[in-house]
Design a protein around this ligand. Structure first.
Ligand code: NDP
Length: 469
């Protein structure tokens, strides 16, 4: 008997989470379709993690050329060509986009282009540009299960003049670099782009409303990164807001909360992202949203409508690509492999590609003090070996947080070169429940910064800033 559904699974959103779920579900024999309104690859590939990291590499050469002198090199004239970087970045992103589509095709997923909207709990309407590879000539379909993976979009603060600012979408399409830029916010995107612009020679002011950047991170990390960013020439203005923005003959004039007017050429609003849940027909399909507009899901990523699931940034969990992918895998196990599995959101490591980089896994000192009866803090701040010859005044900071009773390491934090590469390995140990003794019993790799994590012997005697407050 023919199925009353065109597809077993219809995925709305072709980013990291949606593409992974579509491919893996199709691999189990399910009939799967996917729709994307922009470009396959989503935020991470098209205007997020990947191009950001390419820009971050580009920005680091500035210091690398300077540092080379200490190692005996004479480096010739340095000129930076933004257009060449953009062209190379665009070519790489187009290549990755092609790979995403090829993987979907190879898995037998029907690829649709356009805006997908729910008509009811099983109906999907696709409007927009022509579809390709679809089995059904109609523009509306019925699917047994629907997965929403539409991600998020940048949000601007309220107030006049924000139409003159750009977001982290437009920053990847700039025709030219400005001479001066203001980055507004103190989160991931703000510190990453303050570092990128600064490294590329832009005069950068980062303005943040709070007392220290990277709220939610360990306070030693926040202080250490802020100090290094200031040393690199970024003007950091804390406890300050932008009240309005005006266009002037020579650029933009920002009226700040302290009464000052700041002139700049470009304002990047890095003030958070909101879930893409508008115009999706969610209420018609019985899908409930939370106060922030995110799809509410249970531990299995199931929404309030039992056949509709959601993964990634469109839900209000952890807005990171690998988390969306892991949620997608758990969804496929649950619905298509007969092995229901809730995604484990504990001890998810994360990194900030600022200069220097930050990486972290587990609890901050502040969080650990709330969860554990007693903790020991191990901390080291040092000048990396490389900078003994470059003369650069840059310090690395590493910190372990140990639950004194169980002796488990509950948090690891680092600010310094290669922190994300180092913390990825430490995250395995923490996920496996390693104790401080396990760290101590591990032989270091010498000479590295990473070995500090296994040679920290004495807990710090004096309380850290956050404990003292
Ligand atoms: P974040 O939530 O990290 O930071 C937003 C910043 O904007 C905060 O400093 C916040 O201040 C500030 N802010 C929010 N609203 C206002 C307002 N109305 N006025 C003034 N300031 C405001 O968001 P991002 O946009 O930087 O990044 C979004 C998410 O994307 C991140 O949370 C992260 O999950 C992900 N991401 C991950 C990256 C990585 O893995 N390396 C890189 C980039 C993004 P306050 O702290 O006071 O609330």
């Amino acid at each position: 008997m023919a199925s009353k559904f065109d597809y077993d699974l219809f995925v709305i959103g072709g980013g990291s989470g949606g593409v992974r779920a579509a491919r893996m579900a199709a691999g189990t024999g399910a009939r799967v379709a996917i729709v994307e309104s922009h470009r396959y690859g989503g935020t991470c590939v098209i205007r997020g993690c990947v191009p950001k990291k390419l820009f971050s590499y580009a920005a680091h050469y500035h210091e690398d050329f300077e540092d080379a002198a200490g190692f005996g090199w004479t480096v010739g004239e340095q000129r930076f060509d933004w257009r060449r970087l953009m062209a190379n970045k665009n070519a790489e992103i187009a290549r990755l986009e092609g790979i995403y589509e090829r993987l979907l095709n190879d898995a037998g997923v029907a690829i649709h282009r356009g805006h997908g909207r729910l008509l009811d709990a099983h109906g999907i309407e696709v409007e927009g540009s022509a579809q390709s590879g679809a089995q059904n000539p109609n523009r509306s379909f019925r699917a047994e299960t629907i997965l929403i993976a539409t991600g998020g979009a940048p949000s601007y603060p309220p107030g006049p003049g924000w139409e003159f600012a750009i977001s982290s979408n437009e920053v990847f399409e700039l025709d030219a670099l400005p001479e001066r830029a203001v980055v507004y916010g103190g989160g991931f995107i703000a510190v990453e782009f303050a570092s990128i612009f600064n490294g590329l020679g832009v005069q950068v002011t980062e303005i943040y409303r709070g007392p220290q950047i990277l709220r939610g991170f360990d306070d030693d990390v926040r202080d250490a990164l802020a100090a290094e960013m200031v040393k690199k020439g970024i003007a950091l203005r804390l406890e300050t807001t932008i009240d309005h923005i005006e266009k002037t003959a020579s650029g933009l004039a920002l009226r700040l909360s302290d009464g000052e007017t700041l002139e700049t050429d470009l304002v990047l609003a890095a003030t958070g992202r909101r879930p893409n849940t508008g115009n999706l027909g969610l209420s018609a399909a019985g899908v409930a949203l939370n106060e922030g507009g995110a799809i509410m899901v249970d531990a299995y990523s199931c929404s309030s409508q039992p056949n509709i699931y959601a993964v990634g940034d469109v839900t209000d969990r952890i807005a990171l690509t690998p988390v969306a992918i892991a949620e997608a895998m758990a969804f496929v196990d649950t619905v298509y492999r007969g092995t229901p599995r809730a995604m484990d959101h504990t001890s998810v490591p994360s990194a900030v590609f600022s200069h220097p980089t930050v990486a972290t896994v587990g609890l901050s000192e502040h969080e650990a003090r709330e969860v554990c009866a007693e903790i020991d803090i191990y901390r080291s701040s040092f000048r990396p070996l490389r900078h003994t010859l470059t003369g650069r005044d840059e310090r690395a900071m590493m910190k372990l947080i140990v639950d004194r009773r169980s002796q488990k390491v509950v948090g690891a934090h680092m600010v310094g070169a290669d922190a994300p590469e180092i913390i990825q390995g430490i995250a395995v140990a923490i996920k496996a429940g390693a104790t401080k003794r396990d760290f101590d019993a591990t032989v270091g790799i010498h000479p590295t910064a990473a070995e500090e994590f296994v040679t920290l012997r004495e807990p710090v005697a004096e309380p850290s800033r956050q404990a003292a407050e």
